[in-house]
Design a protein around this ligand. Sequence first.
Ligand SMILES: [Zn+2]
Ligand SMILES: [Zn+2]
Length: 167
Amino acid sequence: MIEPPLVTPSAALARIAASCASRGIRLTATRRLVLGLLLEAERPLGAYLLMERLRATTRQAVSPPTVYRALDFLARERLVHRIERLDAFVACAAAARDGGGHAHLHQFLVCRRCGRAEEIHDPAVALALSGAAGQVGFSAHRMTVELEGECARCAAPKAEPRHQPPT
Ligand SMILES: [Zn+2]
Ligand SMILES: [Zn+2]
């Protein structure tokens, strides 16, 4: 069972912008636009697709470094995440709900059919992995957990229409 989105993209953006302002984090026009596009996107977006959407929105030339810098900043602030296996970005689901700014360990469930990526937060996963690493003397600095498979909506019986693949 998939819960409906808790907040609209524009409400999420307003919440994140307010949280950034209160924490002294500068959300420039470009950063805000990039974040807004990711909040609106149904699926993870690669940097080039983002750049095209940014150009379409602003009707201005946008250079790749501009987009990459904005993405770097947003990722550092944990407002967006990079899905490594897709080389694409998603808005952080936790930030969309509460404005962001919290350190959190996330895992991603990537659906092969519809291309959506669901962010989940299970501390037990991170604990088990770092525990296993510690047993062989490895100290983990960074953790990426991405599962590929079929989401509940795509796996549902035929009565429910399947989501269209990304266009
Ligand atoms: Zn997150
Ligand atoms: Zn799916």
